[in-house]
Design a protein around this ligand. Structure first.
Ligand code: ADP
Ligand code: ZN
Length: 210
């Protein structure tokens, strides 16, 4: 099954993508993680992306579409995948269609903006493997250390309150129109994401299987 996880920054789509990809044994493809990796490695795409990311703006479509296209062509994506954080603009959704990529379902994780703002300060990400954590809702077993790979977990530069507001604005302007885009194609399912992580996972898996 080919799926898209849609939602505001901090709505928990990355966390849910990790849960579902284990359950269904398909990769979760996060353009945010790939871009952070590209920035860390100083690749051409990373250099093109960094300033936008730090400001909470979208990276230009052609950069992200290029990265996504290469990733989706790999063998492990043949039996299905979850796109986490892509598409984020109507132009990106159209690019997917043009590539001939079939999408079975779009799961929207819906969380009100004020709940998101409250959550973001506790968010942490692993410097090594990109896994995401939350100091209160999804803590690491050992403080500051990733459960999966043992690297350090840190706060993202773009999780500062001002930048979070910029990212929410970008989401409403550029990404939220994708809800209508996929609704009109009969693909959109909305899941309430403001409760406990496990409860959201239950609703998400039900939405996928239903
Ligand atoms: P979040 O969903 O929490 O905002 P991500 O890790 O998905 O975080 O993305 C972080 C940043 O990477 C975004 O603010 C944006 O600058 C960039 N980015 C990720 N995916 C895309 C995309 N599909 N199109 C444009 N920019 C993207
Ligand atoms: Zn890690």
């Amino acid at each position: 099954m080919n799926m898209i996880f849609l939602g505001a920054p901090g709505a928990g789509k990355g966390t849910q993508a990790e849960v579902v990809c284990k359950e269904l044994n398909i990769p979760a493809i996060s353009t945010g993680n790939m871009l952070r990796e590209a920035v860390k490695n100083g690749t051409a795409a990373g250099l093109a992306a960094k300033d936008y990311m730090d400001k909470g703006e979208l990276v230009p479509d052609e950069v992200v579409i290029g990265i996504l296209k290469d990733r989706i062509a790999r063998d492990d994506a043949k039996n299905g995948f979850i796109l986490d954080g892509f598409p984020r603009t109507v132009a990106q959704a159209e690019a997917l269609e043009k590539m001939g990529v079939r999408i079975d379902k779009v799961i929207e994780i819906d969380v009100p903006d004020d709940a998101i703002t409250a959550r973001m300060s506790g968010r942490r990400v692993c410097e090594g493997c990109g896994n995401s954590y939350h100091i209160k809702f999804k803590p690491t077993k050992v403080e500051g250390i990733c459960d999966a790979c043992g690297a350090k977990v840190v706060q993202r530069i773009d999780d500062k309150p001002e930048t979070v507001q910029a990212r929410l604005k970008t989401y409403h302007e550029k990404t939220a129109p994708l809800k209508d885009y996929y609704l009109s194609r009969g693909k959109l399912v909305t899941v309430q994401g403001q409760n406990e992580i496990a409860e959201t996972s239950r609703l998400t898996l039900a939405a996928i299987k239903g």
